[in-house]
Design a binder for this molecule. Structure first.
Ligand code: PLP
Length: 386
């Protein structure tokens, strides 16, 4: 990513040169043979990366489009239980309500997850037809560590399971098929490290049989997409040049190996939490197993406005980080660490944050943080990510 700003925001992430160059190819006829082969190959690669045998639908939209597609095709007139642990959980509930679902939410204080017991009790009480949750809520930086158990409990009461995995798929453990996820939404610009503009819906066999009769959408009517998929097309004009880029990005992940790709995200996050703690930052999510592996959020004791630090990282170091969304605002600072971020870029991030904190009188131990980072060197070498 030389010569460019370092994107440590929660997406889009930095995209490799060869992936970008693919999107400079001339557009092709999306009703022609060449596109049929391109879509076929790309969806095949995507299934391998997402480790699913289920049907995968490609949409030309950002991740919200895929979430909305789930809401519009499975939500209308159904009783839905939403586990809400942050801004994106709230948006998921909102999308379902807009599309006519009767939504019951189980929410928790920001930075925490609703307890699994509490969620299970609610499932027993509500007997939902659909259970929906955001696997990794990017705003507080929290992951649903009990996702597998939650899916199982939902299936036991016969509910469909819908998951927003926009900031998790490819960067955290996720076994769509064996967990029993019926509808999964994700997008191109996060852990898949492709440019923004494409999103995906993964549909189980059961989901195919339980699409609502009248979806509350035209553009995201999944039946139309499934119908066109038979001839390896999409109902509406797809962003063909982005599909080229996506294909290359997926090939890159498969060259590293899917397990290794996920391991990269998981181990990198663990090391970074610890390195940032050496700098005086405190993870916003207290319970370690609930901390996101893709978007790391922190507070700074005694300081409620981290916006200044974020702005200085941008202006003085060319590093883009994010604040919180909604109520959190600049109480937290978030670093999105997804895709093939270079080791040297991690060094730049940790050093810049450390120096910035020191300037503000925080006793940031930059040397300790950098020596913690060194634990990642072996992994980076082994995976040949340079
Ligand atoms: C968990 C989650 N869901 C949905 C979205 C929405 O994705 P997009 O901005 O691509 O529409 C995001 C984006 O950050 C996200 O993190």
């Amino acid at each position: 990513m030389s010569g460019r700003r370092l994107l440590f925001i929660p997406g889009p992430v930095g995209v490799e040169e060869d992936v970008l160059l693919e999107s400079a190819k001339p557009p092709i006829n999306h009703r022609g043979r060449e596109f049929h082969a391109l879509l076929d190959e790309t969806l095949g690669l995507l299934k391998r990366v997402l480790r699913t045998r289920n049907e995968v639908v490609l949409l030309t939209s950002s991740g919200t489009g895929a979430v909305e597609a789930l809401a519009a095709n499975f939500g209308p007139r159904r009783r839905v239980l939403v586990v809400n642990a942050g801004e994106f959980g709230g948006r998921l509930a909102e999308a379902l309500r807009v599309h006519g679902a009767q939504v019951v939410e189980v929410a928790s204080e920001l930075g925490t997850l609703p307890s699994l017991e509490g969620v299970l009790e609610k499932i027993e009480a509500v007997k939902p037809e659909v259970v929906a949750f955001v696997y990794n809520d990017t705003s507080p930086g929290i992951r649903v560590s009990y996702a597998r158990e939650l899916c199982r409990a939902a299936k036991e009461v016969g509910a469909l399971v819908l998951v927003d995995a926009v900031s998790a798929a490819g960067g955290d453990e996720l076994d769509v098929d064996s967990w029993g996820v019926d509808g999964l939404a994700t997008a191109s610009q996060k852990c898949l490290a492709a440019p923004p503009g494409l999103s995906f819906v993964v549909l189980s066999e059961e989901a195919l049989g339980r699409l609502v009769e009248r979806p509350t959408t035209v553009y995201f009517d999944l039946r139309r997409y499934l119908d066109y998929l038979k001839r390896r097309e999409t109902p509406f004009t797809p962003a063909v040049t982005l599909v080229y880029a996506l294909r290359r990005a997926l090939q890159r992940i498969l060259e590293v190996g899917v397990d290794s790709w996920i391991r990269l995200h998981v181990e990198r996050a663990a090391v970074l939490y610890s390195a940032f703690e050496s700098l005086g930052l405190v993870p916003f999510v207290r319970r370690e197993e609930h901390r996101s592996r893709t978007v790391l959020s922190f507070t700074l004791p005694g300081q409620r406005d981290l916006g200044e630090i974020r702005r200085s990282l941008s202006e003085n170091y060319g590093i883009e980080a994010a604040g919180g969304l909604g109520a959190l605002g600049d109480r937290i600072i978030r670093f999105g660490v997804m895709g093939p971020v270079k080791y040297s870029e991690l060094v730049a991030l940790v050093t810049a944050v450390g120096l910035e904190l020191r300037r503000r009188g925080v006793e940031a131990d930059v040397e300790a943080a950098l020596s913690k980072l060194e634990k990642l060197k072996g992994l980076y070498e082994a995976l040949r990510i340079r």
